[in-house]
Design a protein around this ligand. Sequence first.
Ligand code: ACO
Length: 360
Amino acid sequence: MGRRGAGITAVAGWVPPTVLTNFHLEKFVETSDTWIRERTGIRERRILVERDRTTSDMAVYAIHQLLRKRGLAPEDIDLVICCTVTPDHVFPATANIICDKAGLRRAWGFDLEAACSGFLYGLACAVQFVQNGMYERVLVVGAERMSAIMNYHDRTTCVIFGDGAGVVLVEPVVPELGVQVIRLYSDGSGRHALFQKAGGALHPPTIETVLNREHYVYQEGRAVFGHAVRRFTEVIEEVMDVAGLRSEEIDWLVPHQANLRIIKAVARTLRLPMEKVMVNIHKFGNTTSATIPLCLAEWEPRLRTGDRLILATFGGGFTWGAIYLRWAYDGSLVPESGRILDAFPGEGTANGQTEEKNSD
Ligand code: ACO
């Protein structure tokens, strides 16, 4: 029997309606719209301010859209892999909560934490389950409420991150399509450059850890920047080498949206024109595990069967990796294609976000 392929066969995304612009941030910390735009490429990000909703809810809204787009019932899903650094609780896993809230009665699920590389690690796992024939339909969710772990007095981090959720469906496809090459890495010696100092088993929450603001994201931006540019480029070149791909054969680069300068540096080194690079950091910021599926959801109308995509990431850990895949369907034929929803179910679109606004 021939090898069974596994590919992405549906995508969806959801972001909260509340927009936090650079001008808003100028009121909390000593920064400026100009500094943020020039150093990161970010103009605004979305923030989930509603206290009664959180990471699992954003994931569920995205999943409902995906099921609708693909014409599937909740019972059709076998497994949910939820990639997040902002789980609803330390335990139980947010994937379990998502299954319950989304009515995925037949599915089981688990969380996967690899910071900004979470989604690619999760996609790699999903592909194994589908390729070996164990499951038919696996959801990979990247969902983050980064605002929950953001110190809005720390200008070096609070300008970067945003909230949102993206989800993809992984199903069997012919081996010529779907995921072709996977390369994932980690180096724990970088763990002190980007992390949350307290709240885990090493430093459980105490009055002191809270007063010291140790439950927020801490980042040594310059150190992370240097590693990101190098590792990003290395791993993409490795994947291209294994696949025998030349730059001009790549249809789309889908980079983790950490910093526009990192994305541009990598594209320049790979001699890829920016027209082939998915970028939405200007309006969503860095949504950690959600950046790559949100890009795929937004660019879906332009994706065609057989397109060659490289998904690449770098994040806390350090973790990094790249996946080469051949797109498995014609995105222009899908209902709601390219629409990233930004309203709560049953409510109107709060900020009038339209497809038009999404494609700017
Ligand atoms: N507004 C104004 N000034 C600022 C701000 C701000 N928001 N933030 C920092 N500065 C200041 C610094 O204090 C510093 O001032 P100093 O020279 O007086 O000390 C100066 O600007 C330069 O600081 P740098 O940290 O060198 O700024 P840089 O240009 O590197 O930009 C940034 C910082 C945006 C964080 C960048 O380093 C970066 O993008 N790093 C990589 C992020 C990344 O890839 N993370 C991995 C993924 S995230 C994840 O895994 C969860």
